[in-house]
Design a protein around this ligand. Structure first.
Ligand SMILES: Cc1ncc(COP(=O)(O)O)c(C=O)c1O
Length: 489
């Protein structure tokens, strides 16, 4: 379903100046045209409209990959017409997906024996992966409750208030209460202690984030695992953990191999990661990996007899493109551990340079951490003259897309700017961004001074006009009085 809004003007017809070379009749905007138009015209009309989109490489709002090697682009284009779900027809694509699942499961330290296959699936992105993981938790919890003869109609899930919207969607779509640990000023991730306090017999899992969307920070999954193990022992619950490693899953294993956040922790039963973020593939591809077969209830897997073979599937959508899966496999074998590590280190170094540049201006508080995903988030120290929203808007004049937003509950009074450093954001671009931010600050300062001056002038003008009016009246009166005598004041 598309809930569409008309954008811009309300004109019913589309026109394209350049395409008028090929076609002179205007096209209806929201209705199917009666007749075909030449392919050149169709291309040109759409191409021209797209010129008004932002430039992906300068879109620092997005975690999603905006550059890949031409060889990978070529592979994607050659498989763009393959439906992933036709597994019997495209068995090699299915095999490549299985290899990706196994490679990623090993990267996340899943306890997979040499002869065993990992349990996981490719998805359209982390959102679909999270829906699937959440469903598995819900169904497992319900099955257990039913077996114990206990009510199973009030499942809940514990997260930080900093979760991405897909968790709210999961809770809403699949009727699970979302119990959020609120943030506070200066602490922008889920506090494991408070999270464990919220856990009760109806909790299907606690979801921790490796790489918060808000500031790139890693949540302390190890501490969460410790505290939850203790609570489970005391209460008889067996509440598990899911790790939302949408952005951190392809960063932490390479940069912080000793950080324990994954299947090394016994309560971690599933992990999602976005292949299209630091997995370095164009959108949309994601992955969800389960610790073992026991963590994915059988009844959620559909064994379909489709196009001549029996296929097990656990996805929300049936058809999807194969190219992203193929591109993911390309990146995994092309880069290997060392290649990913170099790219992630480079991103972190660029993020560090950016932080230092922002620090030098003495105008920002940096709220992202040195350990996390390569994100720089900062708030303005002085918000009396203008806000980060003004800075964000002004940066658009220099083509940069840098989002500004307020933090979630209960830190809503903190507004931040966030830059996501991706592979294609070079050090040169970072230097350029810093100088453009300095320029924007100078412009906003100047605009503020002008506004203040203007305001003072207006005040003066208003005051003078009162004085002037008074003296004018006095003069008039004097003229009236004196006029009777000399006529000269
Ligand atoms: C922590 C986190 N989880 C989930 C998602 C959703 O990921 P996707 O866009 O791959 O569906 C995001 C997206 O930014 C994210 O940052």
């Amino acid at each position: 379903m598309v809930i569409s809004k008309t954008t811009g003007d309300n004109e019913e017809y589309l026109d394209s100046t350049f395409a008028s070379r090929y076609v002179r009749t205007p096209l209806p905007r929201f209705k199917l045209p009666e007749k075909p138009i030449p392919k050149e015209a169709a291309y040109q009309i759409i191409h021209d409209e797209l010129l008004l989109d932002g430039r992906p490489r300068l879109n620092l709002a997005s975690f999603v990959t905006t550059w890949m090697e031409p060889e990978c682009n070529k592979l994607m284009m050659t498989s763009v017409n393959k439906n992933y779900v036709d597994m019997d027809e495209y068995p090699v694509t299915t095999e490549l997906q299985n290899r990706c699942v196994n490679i990623i499961a090993h990267l996340f330290n899943a306890p997979v024996g040499d002869e065993e296959a990992a349990v996981g699936v490719g998805t359209v992105g982390s959102s679909e992966a999270i829906m699937l993981a959440g469903l598995a938790f819900k169904r497992k919890w319900q099955n257990k409750r039913k077996a114990e003869g206990k009510p199973y109609d009030k499942p809940n899930i514990v997260t930080g208030a900093n979760v991405q919207v897909c968790w709210e969607k999961f809770a809403n779509y699949f009727e699970v209460e979302l119990k959020e640990v609120k943030l506070s000023e200066g602490y922008y991730v889920m506090d494991p202690l408070q999270a464990v306090e919220l856990v009760d017999e109806n909790t299907i899992c606690v979801a921790a984030i490796l790489g918060s969307t808000m500031n790139g920070e890693f949540e302390d999954v190890k501490l969460l695992n410790e505290l939850l193990t203790k609570k489970n022992k005391e209460t008889g619950f067996d509440t598990p953990i899911h790790v939302d490693a949408a952005s951190g899953g392809f960063v932490a294993p390479f940069l912080y191999p000793d950080l324990e956040w994954d299947f090394r922790l016994p309560l971690v039963k599933s992990i999602n990661v976005s292949g299209h973020k630091y997995g370095l593939v164009y959108p949309g591809v994601g992955w969800v990996i389960w610790r073992s077969k026991e963590d994915l209830p059988d009844e959620l897997i559909f064994n379909i007899n489709y196009l001549g073979s029996d296929q097990p599937t656990f996805t929300l959508n049936f058809s999807k493109g194969s190219s992203q899966i193929i591109a993911q496999y390309y990146q995994l074998i092309r880069l290997g551990f060392e290649g990913y590590k170099d790219i992630m280190q480079n991103c972190m170094d660029t993020a560090k340079a950016l932080k230092e540049g922002l620090d030098k201006t003495e105008r920002f508080n940096i709220i992202s951490k040195d350990i996390g995903v390569p994100v720089v988030a900062c708030s303005l120290k002085d918000t009396s003259k203008y806000t980060v929203f003004d800075v964000s808007e002004s940066l658009r004049n220099y083509q940069w897309i840098v989002p500004a937003y307020t933090m979630p509950a209960n830190a809503e009074n903190i507004a931040v700017l966030r830059v996501v450093v991706r592979e294609d954001f070079s050090r040169n671009l970072a230097v350029r961004l810093i100088s453009d931010i300095e320029r924007v600050l100078a412009e906003l300062d100047a605009a503020h001074v002008t506004a203040v001056d203007e305001n003072q002038k207006q005040v003066k003008k208003r005051k003078r006009s009162v004085t002037e009016t008074q003296s004018e009246m006095v003069n008039k009166w004097k003229r009236f009085v004196n006029g009777k005598k000399t006529g000269v004041c």
